[in-house]
Design a protein around this ligand. Structure first.
Ligand SMILES: Cc1cc2nc3c(=O)[nH]c(=O)nc-3n(C[C@H](O)[C@H](O)[C@H](O)COP(=O)(O)OP(=O)(O)OC[C@H]3O[C@@H](n4cnc5c(N)ncnc54)[C@H](O)[C@@H]3O)c2cc1C
Ligand code: FES
Length: 277
C-alpha cells in the first residue's frame, strides 16, 4: 500500500490492546498501541472509530492526553453490540482503529486563560484528555477549576487520579453525585450546585463543559449569569455517527457535521440551535 492510501481516513489500522481495567460496572479502560506508528497524534477532544470484524464500528473519544507517548487510552461504556463486544476483549487482542477524527478542544485558544472544567458522566472521558494535557503543560494556563459530577459514587470515573488532583494546591477540584450510596462522604446534588463555590473572573475564563444533553442547558444558564462570554463557553456534543468524516450526514446539527466541524463547538457557534445541545 502506498503511504497516501495508508493515510486515508477509510483505512482501518490494527490496534493492539496492551492492557485493560474494569473502571465501573459499565465502563472499561483500554490502553492501545498502533504497531509501526509511534503515536495516534490526536488533539484532546478528538475521537477514533473503533471496529470489530462482523460486529460494527463505534465512535469513542480518546481519554488520554497527546502528551502520553507510545499508546493511547479509551474508556468504553457497554451500550450495545460494538461496545459490548469490546468489553469481552483483553490484553493481546486487536481492534480496528480509524482516525483520530473531529475538531478537538481549542488548546491554543485556551492558553493564558483561567479554565473552568465542568464534566458529567461519560463527558468525563474526553474531558480527562484535556485536563491531563493542561496539567502536563500547567505553566501555559491560568487558574484551574475542575467540577465533576456523576449519578452515584459507583459510577465515578478516574477515581485514583481525581484523588491526586484533589491534593494539588495549584488547582481547585470539587465533585458531587446525584445520589449518595453507603459510605459516601462527599457532596450530593446536581453539578450546577458546585458552580457558586467557584471564584471566577469571567473575562479571563474559558469554561469547558462535557456531559449528558440535559446538563448543558442548566450549566450554560449558570455560566451566562456569571457573565462568561458566549465565545468562551466550549462544549463537546455527541451524535450518532457512521462515517466519521463528513460524508454520510448521520451526525448533522443544523449546518454542521458533528464528526468533522465538532464534536467541540463554542456556545456562540451553536447558540442559535440551542435544541441541538
Ligand atoms: C464523538 C463521540 C464520542 C464518544 N465517545 C465515547 C467514549 O469515549 N466512550 C463511550 O463509551 N462511548 C462514547 N460514545 C458513544 C458510543 O459511540 C456509543 O455508545 C456507541 O456507538 C454504541 O455502539 P454499540 O454498537 O455498542 O451500540 P448499538 O448496538 O449501536 O446501540 C446501543 C444503544 O446505544 C445507542 N447509541 C448508539 N450510538 C450512540 C451515540 N453516539 N450516542 C448515544 N447513544 C448511542 C443506540 O441508540 C442504542 O440505544 C461517543 C459517541 C460520539 C458520537
Ligand atoms: S458521521 Fe457521517 S457525516 Fe458525520
Amino acid at each position: 500500500m502506498t503511504q497516501s492510501l495508508l493515510d486515508s481516513p477509510y483505512v482501518v489500522k490494527a490496534g493492539k490492546i496492551l492492557n485493560t481495567k474494569e473502571m465501573t460496572n459499565l465502563e472499561k479502560y483500554f490502553a492501545i498501541e498502533l504497531p509501526g506508528q509511534e503515536d495516534l497524534a490526536h488533539d484532546p477532544g478528538q475521537f477514533v472509530m473503533v471496529s470489530l470484524p462482523g460486529v460494527g464500528e463505534a465512535p469513542i473519544s480518546v481519554s488520554s492526553s497527546p502528551t502520553k507517548k507510545g499508546s493511547f487510552e479509551l474508556v468504553v461504556r457497554r451500550a450495545g453490540s460494538v461496545t459490548g463486544a469490546m468489553h469481552k476483549l483483553g490484553a493481546g487482542d486487536t481492534v480496528g482503529i480509524r482516525g483520530p477524527f473531529g475538531r478537538g478542544f481549542p488548546t491554543k485558544m485556551l492558553e493564558g486563560f483561567d479554565l473552568l472544567f465542568i464534566g458529567g458522566g461519560c463527558g468525563n472521558i474526553p474531558l480527562h484528555s484535556l485536563i491531563t494535557f493542561v496539567l502536563d503543560n500547567r505553566s501555559r494556563f491560568g487558574k484551574i477549576n475542575i467540577l465533576l459530577g456523576c449519578k452515584t459514587p459507583e459510577t465515578r470515573l478516574f477515581v485514583d487520579e481525581l484523588t491526586q488532583w484533589e491534593q494539588r494546591s495549584d488547582i481547585f477540584v470539587d465533585s458531587t453525585v446525584d445520589q449518595a450510596g453507603p459510605g459516601w462522604k462527599g457532596k450530593v446534588g446536581l453539578i450546577t450546585s458546585l458552580i457558586p463555590g467557584v471564584k471566577i473572573d469571567p473575562k479571563r475564563t474559558y469554561a469547558v463543559i462535557v456531559g449528558p444533553p440535559i446538563m448543558y442547558k442548566f450549566v450554560i444558564q449558570e455560566l451566562l449569569k456569571r457573565e462568561i462570554p458566549d465565545s468562551q463557553i466550549v462544549v463537546s456534543l455527541e451524535r450518532h455517527m457512521k462515517c466519521g468524516v463528513g460524508k454520510c450526514g448521520h451526525c448533522q446539527i443544523a449546518q454542521y457535521y458533528c464528526c468533522q466541524d465538532g464534536p467541540v463547538f463554542t456556545y456562540n457557534e451553536i447558540r442559535n440551535n440551542y435544541e441541538a445541545l
